[in-house]
Design a protein around this ligand. Structure first.
Ligand code: HEC
Length: 155
């Protein structure tokens, strides 16, 4: 077998392993959160949920200003940017894996994009970003909150 071909097979195998690992459900983060972090996160989630509902109706009725305001609010509520004490930050970092932090960052980045699309009055783009954000809710909940949301637990 040619060297190049071998390398090709090995990297294909590694890619396959990586793919199957990344689709495995991670352990839920909820039991690792301190009471304070759990309270903060739930509070943030409830405000995200209500902002998403308002964005939905505003988007489908062309109220770009409201979409922008609400999306910006989601972006600004970023739990990692809130005034957590040093100790809270430490607690958070030891409670959640890197993948969780990445999903949270991606989610808030999408919210910033949505605010931009609203300022541009670009409904198609808002629609795409809104759907991507919904995908983020499902991805994070099914991977890291499967204890509470067992209807989403990965098979
Ligand atoms: C990066 C991860 C992550 C993303 C993204 C995410 N969530 Fe959550 N969500 C959580 C975690 C963790 C909890 C459980 C918190 C707990 O029980 O301590 C939660 C809980 C909730 C709850 C229950 C709150 C309560 O009062 O107990 C709602 C509602 C919710 N999320 C809505 C959403 C919506 C809507 C989206 C997307 C627009 C979303 N979440 C995106 C991690 C995420």
């Amino acid at each position: 077998m040619k060297y190049r071909q071998k390398v090709g097979y090995v990297s294909l195998a590694l890619a396959t392993i990586g793919l199957s690992l990344s689709t495995l459900a991670a352990d839920p983060v909820t039991p690792n959160l301190t009471d304070k972090l759990s309270q903060l996160l739930k509070q943030e989630m409830r405000s995200v949920q209500s902002a998403m509902a308002t964005i939905h109706v505003s988007m489908v009725t062309g109220d770009h200003k409201q979409v922008a305001t609400q999306a910006q609010q989601i972006h600004d509520s970023f739990i990692l940017k809130q005034s957590l004490t040093k100790q809270d930050k430490k607690d958070l970092m030891s409670a959640v894996p890197k993948g969780f932090v990445k999903l949270d960052k991606d989610f808030h980045r999408l919210a910033a994009g949505l605010a931009e699309a609203a300022k541009d009055k670009d409904t198609q783009k808002q629609y795409e970003l809104y759907n991507e954000m919904t995908g983020s809710c499902i991805a994070c909940h099914s991977k890291y909150v499967s204890d509470r949301f067992d209807g989403l637990a990965e098979q």
